[in-house]
Write a protein that binds this ligand. Structure first.
Ligand SMILES: *[C@@H]1O[C@H](CO)[C@@H](O)[C@H](O)[C@H]1NC(C)=O
Ligand SMILES: *[C@@H]1O[C@H](CO)[C@@H](O)[C@H](O)[C@H]1NC(C)=O
Ligand SMILES: *[C@@H]1O[C@H](CO)[C@@H](O)[C@H](O)[C@H]1NC(C)=O
Length: 372
């Protein structure tokens, strides 16, 4: 779009080219973080449609989210960045960095649920074995809440956007593993070939990609079911991730976003049921969670089936089924969705940038004209 800009202006304005390039530089730099190598393309959540996380804290405020903290490096130690909450929704709380760009997401789960351990005994949830990544959060309405937090770039960049030394720049996925996210995090590999073999492939689901679960096996004690799962695309590139927790939370929030909920009858939707621990098949066992897309769900690379080369042992099953994303009113189907309007929004913002640039140049040339 900046190609051959001189055609727009009379020849004597060629002297102003340095100013022009200076302005170009400013705009390019300001919008730098919107480029795809710095930021995930999608950042959507599934309920019955594709709910987009607001890209900036301003967008979040416009959509009725409110900021939860004033200091980037919170004292309570639960996260870095500015956490935003929409009304009473604790399922998806976006986190923005010091510049107001989306930089992470947190989920809060209530500590008043009961579940099962490997001997089918009732235990309080969440189990201590999966803390971290689950961390103790605030008390809301006299219920102790627990949190899990993921960052979309290196945690050091959240409150210090100009940090450069010794860290991976650009987009990524980092799971917080302790009170200080700058040092306590798990970096998720961008490619499935770099995954530790403890991550086992499960089902491949169109628009979601191939699921990977950590250390899942028939012997896995149910109190150790890991709350993070990952999804990789046909090229083995990270495409989405999700939280999955044992339990059956009450959900009284007014939010549009809802947890997915699974029973032993619906595990096959995402799991390879042949490798699940027997304790998961207790009739009252429940799983709930949420999917978070990093790549667009309608990208051709997020289709299935996949051919797995690296892991001959992995036997992904193709059983797209239905899944209850609501509290039980509807059973949405997995169907391809039409392209969203993100591209047109991007085009609009680029157009505005161009118009602003040309206007600025006109002002500059007008002033120069007055002076000469
Ligand atoms: C992995 O699963 C085995 C049981 O299959 C369990 O004994 C072990 O503690 C688990 N390891 C981790 C790191 O969770
Ligand atoms: C737990 O319950 C499941 C399903 O009812 C059963 O298959 C399994 O054997 C039980 N495990 C124990 C240790 O009792
Ligand atoms: C979804 O919820 C409805 C109503 O509670 C229930 O009848 C149905 O079996 C559930 N479907 C699945 C796939 O769990």
């Amino acid at each position: 779009m900046y190609g051959n800009p001189t055609c727009l202006f009379p020849r004597h304005l060629m002297d102003l080219m340095p100013i022009f390039w200076f302005l170009v530089f400013i705009f390019v730099d300001v919008t730098k973080q919107d480029r795809s190598d710095d930021m995930w393309e999608a950042l959507t959540l599934r309920y019955r449609q594709w709910e987009k996380l607001p890209r900036t804290s301003h967008d979040a405020e416009r959509q009725g989210y409110t900021r939860q903290n004033d200091i980037c490096k919170t004292n309570s130690g639960n996260y870095h960045g500015f956490l935003y909450k929409q009304k009473d929704d604790t399922k998806a709380l976006p986190i923005y960095d010091l510049n107001g760009w989306i930089a992470g997401i947190q989920a809060m789960i209530p500590g008043n649920m009961k579940g099962f351990n490997s001997r089918n005994e009732s235990i309080p949830l969440p189990p201590i074995d999966v803390m971290p990544p689950i961390m103790i959060g605030d008390i809301i309405d006299s219920i102790q809440m627990y949190t899990v937090t993921a960052y979309f770039k290196h945690p050091k960049l959240i409150c210090n956007p100009i940090a450069r030394i010794g860290i991976t720049l650009g987009k990524g996925l980092y799971i917080q593993m302790g009170p200080n996210p700058v040092t306590m995090f798990q970096e998720i590999p961008m490619y499935s070939k770099d995954l530790n073999p403890i991550w086992q492939p499960g089902s491949c689901i169109p628009t979601m990609g191939l699921h990977y679960f950590r250390n899942v096996s028939k012997d896995l004690p149910c109190e150790k079911i890991y709350p993070v799962f990952l999804m990789y695309d046909t090229e083995g590139k990270l495409g989405a991730f999700g939280w999955s927790f044992q339990g059956k939370p009450m959900d009284v929030s007014s939010s549009q976003i809802s947890w997915f909920r699974m029973t032993p009858q619906t595990y096959a939707f995402t799991f390879d049921t042949k490798v699940l621990p027997t304790c998961m098949f207790h009739q009252d066992f429940r799983i709930f969670g949420i999917h978070i897309w990093l790549q667009p769900h309608n990208s051709p690379k997020m289709t299935c089936p996949l051919v797995i080369q690296e892991r001959p042992t992995g036997k992904p099953v193709h059983k797209p089924s239905t899944i209850n994303y609501t509290n039980g009113l509807e059973v949405p189907m997995i169907t391809p969705q039409p392209a969203d309007d993100r591209n047109s929004a991007e085009f609009m913002s680029l157009s505005w940038m161009c118009i602003t640039l040309v206007t600025l140049l006109q002002i500059v040339t007008f002033r120069v004209g007055l002076l000469s």
